[in-house]
Design a protein around this ligand. Structure first.
Ligand code: GDP
Ligand code: IMO
Ligand code: MG
Length: 421
């Protein structure tokens, strides 16, 4: 069977840490969408590591890691990531497998991402500039090049053809940057990629499932960044939700068992787009400071605000969430009063639904107040010992969502996690 772990908000919920925590219970960890726009932070032997494309199970012996067909892969980033993983004594050549069908991010995809963002001016998406959207456009436009293609003799010809197409687009944008260094790195990256385990991901994973192996599908980004159900157009270019697991790995829906949704105890967003509970004030700054809310991929400050139960309930519905993991609960330790968004005020009426075109509707959050716990929880290890006010906060969320929080993460460290009940 396949369990899924994904983000319920706008990304950066702490998925990397939680996958690393659960990894010993699984035989395979597989990424099914996204690419190097992701930045998943883990602590290995007390040292911080940020993974972008390699699944977060890579540090566990006995766990194999698959980059699925739904991924857009940048070989340049992969070389660097593999070097980082190697430096921990893990041989990625043994435990990393890459689907032949995954699409490649070309240097010109990165250039097009940048050119497109610049052309949008103030309306820019705030993309990570990793080439994600142009690469997925070439996939759905049936132009893209795939990992398996690099083994063909005709690859260079196909590359030159696509590059020419991109150049015409870049000329339209009047894009002038010299990307020759990016191209050099790209071809070096391809040589490296050829030495890794390139497989038919769909057979690979189904054989594992048939053999009774346990698989965890690791989501990137978050449900509110989903191309179909997120705050379009301020989204990423893939299905970040459970549905993406089937198409992004080649597994049938009835193989999916648990869907573990990860949410922060509050909420953040990086990049542009609507964020109803955003706190553009001192409280927001305090959340950013205490939570160290700066992007793992781009270093940009993250926008911070209170937890949004309207958005979370929507995410639980779309994904079929069976269990919740609440991260960064310790960040709220210092706050005297907490607010929880229980509804949206839209045109004078209260609603519990995500509106179409959130950007135009501009829903006002309706809040319920809670007393903080004002206790250092970072060293606590059992649910019983947690402050009563934290339990009240969590129980309220459980009741609202109709799905329970099963784990509370109380710090970035591997052992800072508490099972509920
Ligand atoms: P991901 O993209 O969902 O994997 O999340 P990121 O790695 O981008 O961002 C999460 C950040 O929060 C990282 O810096 C983690 O080390 C950190 N983190 C994860 N869980 C906790 C937690 O429970 N408490 C605190 N204080 N930090 C956490
Ligand atoms: P992880 O996996 C947070 C955001 C970008 C931008 C939008 C589109 O670490 O949670 P893209 O580069 O995908 O075209 O950018 O999506 N974004 C993320 N925000 N966490 C991520 O990944 C993100 N990946 C993309 O900031 O707003
Ligand atoms: Mg991240």
């Amino acid at each position: 069977m396949v369990d899924v772990l994904l983000g319920l908000q706008w990304g950066d919920e702490g998925k990397g840490k939680i996958v690393d925590y659960f990894a010993p219970h699984y035989d395979v960890i597989a990424r099914f969408q996204g690419g190097p726009n992701a930045g998943h932070t883990l602590y290995v032997n007390g040292k911080k590591v940020v993974l972008h494309q390699i699944p977060s199970g890579v540090f566990h012996q006995g766990t194999v890691n698959l980059i699925g067909n739904g991924i857009v892969l940048d070989p340049v980033t992969l070389v660097k990531e593999c070097a980082t993983v190697d430096s921990f004594g893990v041989n990625v050549k043994d435990n990393l497998f890459i689907s032949r069908r995954a699409h490649l991010i070309l240097p010109t995809h990165r250039a097009l991402d940048k050119a497109s963002e610049v052309s949008k001016g103030n309306d820019k998406i705030g993309s990570t500039l990793k080439g994600i959207s142009p690469a997925y456009m070439d996939k759905t436009g049936r132009n893209g090049l795939r990992v398996g293609d690099i083994l063909d003799k005709s690859f260079t010809t196909s590359y030159i053809k696509l590059r020419l197409k991109h150049q015409r687009l870049l000329d339209n944008f009047n894009f002038q940057d010299d990307i020759s260094v990016w191209e050099e790195e790209f071809f070096e990256g391809l040589e490296f990629l050829k030495q890794l385990n390139i497989v038919d991901g769909e057979y690979f994973i189904n054989e594992k499932i048939s053999a009774g192996k346990r698989v965890l599908a690791e989501g990137a980004q978050g449900s509110m960044l989903d191309i179909d159900f997120g705050t379009f157009p301020f989204v990423t270019s893939s299905n970040t939700t459970t549905a993406g697991v089937c198409s992004g790995l080649g597994v049938a829906p009835q193989k999916i068992r648990d869907v573990i949704g990860v949410t922060k105890a509050y909420c953040t967003r990086v990049g542009g787009g609507p964020f109803p509970t955003e706190l553009d004030n001192e409280t927001g700054e305090e959340l950013r400071k205490i939570g160290n809310e700066f992007g793992a991929t781009t270093g940009r400050p993250r926008r911070c605000g209170w937890i949004d139960l309207v958005a979370l309930q929507f995410a639980c519905m779309i994904n079929g969430v069976t269990r919740i993991v609440m991260t960064k609960a310790d960040v709220l330790d210092a706050f005297k009063e907490l607010q929880v968004c229980t509804g949206y005020q839209v045109n004078g009426k209260e609603s519990r639904e995500i509106p179409f075109q959130m950007e135009r509707v501009k829903p006002l959050p309706v809040y319920q107040n809670f007393s903080g716990w004002n206790t250092d929880t970072t060293k606590m290890a059992s649910y019983e010992g947690l402050p009563e006010n934290m339990k009240t906060y969590v129980n309220f969320i459980n009741n609202y969502l109709g799905v329970n929080v099963h784990f509370i993460s109380n710090g970035p460290g591997r052992d800072q996690i508490i099972r509920v009940g």
